[in-house]
Design a protein around this ligand. Sequence first.
Ligand SMILES: [Fe+2]
Length: 293
Amino acid sequence: MTGTERRGGDVTGYFTEQNSVETVNGRTGPNADPRLAHVMASLVRHLHNFVREVELTQDEWEIGIDFLTRTGQICTHERQEFILLSDTLGVSMLVDAINNRRTPPATENTVFGPFHVEGCPVRQMGDSICLDGKGETCLFAGRVTDLDGKPISGARIDVWSDNADGYYDVQQPGIQPQWNNRGVFVTGDDGQYSFVGIKPVSYPIPDDGPVGAMLAGLDRHPYRPAHMHYMVRAEGFQKLVTHTFVGGDKYLESDAVFGVKQTLVAPFTKLDGEKTEWRSDYDFVLMPARQKR
Ligand SMILES: [Fe+2]
């Protein structure tokens, strides 16, 4: 019998450098959840091949264990360093891309990010979401439609952005007013939306922890290009989670979390001599809800 032969879901042989994948995966028993067994078998295969490919040293293994330990230890209710790690390695965007394949003219998804807060007050169309009075004011406007361009009534549009200093309200409790630069708007029969916010500014992701050290070690900057977050939900349609990005931002092609898509770069037009300083128009096109299997 070789080391990879199975007996009742177990492996009879010993672990060797050559048969490591088969030996570990061979331990999975017949009663394991099939999807979990499939995912873990692939994870083990890729992990072992990674270790083999780089010939990981004992010191490097210890650095890796320490890195993951510190990544967990810095997590709090407000700070999720593992999501940041996933984001900066492009994993979050890949999972989002696989799970939200869109065909034009549907609006593309991008990362949700860690700063959305459920329960924001519903505001009237045209209202301002900027409560701290900082930043350059900007009118955001457009329509929510289906794939045929028909307006969607009752679409709930959640919006949120950083303030002029580059921080979300939840990052500065007691400094920024609650719900600063956030709002929920519900479309009428014309599918139109409009609100006044600020022209968002680019900001660094939290970079004082292990993920920041990793970025520095890789000679990568921690900045995200300026963006406005949107989540659009409507009965009978797929949920859209996206941003619009400020055209011309210097970080558009080097977003620390890889969230930029060409179709999400929006025009921001300077308005001369008006109370509101900028205007950005963007239409959201929703896909019909998936059929339940
Ligand atoms: Fe953001």
